[in-house]
Design a protein around this ligand. Sequence first.
Ligand SMILES: Nc1ncnc2c1ncn2[C@@H]1O[C@H](COP(=O)(O)OP(=O)(O)OP(=O)(O)O)[C@@H](O)[C@H]1O
Ligand SMILES: [Mg+2]
Length: 338
Amino acid sequence: MSTASGPIYEVGDLVIDLYAGNVSVRAVDGVSFAIHPGETVAIVGESGSGKTVMTLGPLGLLPEGVTVDIRGRAQSGGQDLLTLGPRRLSELRGRSFGVVFQDPISALNPMKRVGPQLAAQARRLTGATGREARQAALDLLKRTGIPDPDDRYFRYPHEMSGGMLQRVMIALALAGKPKVLIADEPTTALDATVQAQILELIRQLQREDGIAVLLITHDIGVVSRVADRVIVLYAGRIAEEGPAFEVLTAPIHPYTIGLLDSVPDLRKSIGEPRQGIPGVPPDQSMLVPGCRFAERCPKVEPRCRTHRPPLDQVRGRAVVQRVACPPQLRALREMADA
Ligand SMILES: Nc1ncnc2c1ncn2[C@@H]1O[C@H](COP(=O)(O)OP(=O)(O)OP(=O)(O)O)[C@@H](O)[C@H]1O
Ligand SMILES: [Mg+2]
């Protein structure tokens, strides 16, 4: 993995408020991160922590029916997505970003055969002729390992299995030759074998094309298998971020520790009891001054409830790991000094 060329996508101080009816939610609350070509960054966190809104919001892909107020920066290829009008954004999105949605069936038209849908996408995004686009669609189906692609080209979505549809979704996301692939829970609905195949497919495509992958997942096992780095999101903020190995084997934020403790096999090997996290995530319609995890945190101190914890770099580790927990960072420093 080379990071010499700088990030392909960089998000800074991203804040996303959603308004639906008379409810408003701060779904993303000051998030910054970067992803480099060839890198896989996993985004983990409980349901509702803002994984989907944070990744799809800057691309203008949030569901209709909500009003979105989005601030900060989201830069790719020298442009800030947040400053582009809908048409320019749609162009940049097609050329630079491919998205595999959480619900594959919603992204396909059930009334149309999958091959022609793929060809239409390739034609729209790359300006290929009809003939070129048909060939590109067939090539994409082949690349994603769909058996008998010449036959599958003419099938309708409902004639395909979940794993097959997910491959079509990945083909669709690759149709514009993106530089960043965003995969939102791409394997959640699939059984374990198919899940492993889809993840391997994403890895393989990544190795071939050097694209960056932002992988949203609930599944810590998936993170440990495929991610270079991991971002742990809690209630719209980054709790901890760093290389997957360090974060998974030596987590520092109490939320990450709790999250990993609720995974059966991962921590057993290093002798930790399995616990899970008591309590429920906070109501994000209420803006709190301090740490959003304070109510559930075993390490909470009075200051945590009044001051937002900065996302500070962990000193003394050879890698860049950032943690938003002053008490834990202080404890680490004290241990190192002792
Ligand atoms: N269409 C919507 N209308 C209103 N609020 C929404 C909508 N979509 C998301 N939200 C809110 O935004 C916040 C972040 O949601 P998001 O969907 O990004 O979470 P997530 O981490 O992707 O969860 P999951 O793992 O369940 O997919 C949540 O508090 C959620 O209630
Ligand atoms: Mg989601």
